[in-house]
Write a protein that binds this ligand. Structure first.
Ligand code: FE2
Length: 274
């Protein structure tokens, strides 16, 4: 039986060392610092954080060329410094704006096989948590490669019966927003077919879409979490980005029950006016 605890999911931090997004309109570092300040103030304190990909995006500062891997490293160093302010451990996923070798070199201790996918699982309080890597270098859409799918199926078999939450950057199910759905998880149905064979999997939690959504099919619910910096319009069907407000998700586990809420940070100052 799971014990009671909470954790946070924050995503699409889009750290860009040496610049700000949209010609200086959105300072993604300042935005993330405010989110972390708010997370640190949460009562009860979260046991851990899951950071959902698009961790850094120096590519957005110079869309006219393809950046070398080394050019991501200052942004990962800045991310490491900011996330170092969290009072709980953090588990990282990668998104379409990330760079695997630079991530491994700065955020991990890996010195070989720098193209290895960043997937993991762990247990906490009787629940099982799984993170998948959907990054396809150079592409806005995502895919879970075959070795990860095999690993996932085996991992879920090993943890059969434990309430399980799966995390991945790209959304596997369409949201009805055509331009965003064109860059979803390309083999989403393949992933879902594996998850549906494991009824202990309750939620799949995504980033990428810079909006909060809930989609339910059968016993499986997909949640998406807004970005810690800029958001996407919920009104327009065309690409329209909003400067904020920063947001993140809190999940509360109480025995067999899962509850969640999205917090948005309103106002220019303070930690969400809480
Ligand atoms: Fe993003």
């Amino acid at each position: 039986m799971p014990t009671d605890f909470s954790f946070v999911h924050f995503t699409d931090t889009h750290i860009m060392a040496g610049g700000a997004w949209d010609n200086g309109q959105v300072d993604t570092s300042a935005s993330l610092r405010r989110v972390i300040e708010t997370i640190n103030a949460l009562e009860p304190a979260p046991a851990f954080a899951i950071v959902g990909g698009d961790l850094t995006s120096p590519d957005l500062l110079d869309r006219g060329r393809t950046l070398a891997s080394d050019e991501w490293m200052p942004s990962y160093r800045l991310l490491r410094e900011i996330v170092g302010g969290l009072r709980c451990p953090a588990h990282f996923l990668l998104g379409n704006h990330d760079d695997r070798p630079a991530f491994h070199r700065v955020m991990g201790d890996r010195t070989t096989n720098l193209d290895a996918t960043q997937h993991w699982s762990f247990d906490h309080g009787g629940c099982h948590f799984v993170g998948l890597d959907s990054l396809v270098p150079g592409k806005p859409w995502g895919e879970i490669n075959a070795p990860q799918l095999e690993w996932l199926d085996a991992d879920l078999r090993t943890h059969r019966g434990q309430p399980t939450l799966v995390f991945v950057h790209h959304h596997p199910w369409p949201l009805g927003l055509a331009w965003m759905d064109a860059m979803s998880l390309r083999n989403g149905e393949q992933l879902i077919s594996i998850l549906e064979h494991h009824p202990a999997v309750r939620w799949i939690v995504c980033g990428h879409v810079h909006q909060d959504y809930e989609v339910q099919r059968g016993s499986l619910t997909m949640l998406t979490t807004p970005s810690t910096c800029f958001q996407v319009s919920k009104v327009s069907q065309t690409y329209k980005v909003l400067a904020g407000p920063p947001g993140f998700r809190v999940v509360r586990v109480s025995g067999p029950a899962l509850a969640t809420r999205v917090l948005h940070l309103h106002g220019a100052n303070g930690a969400a006016g809480l």
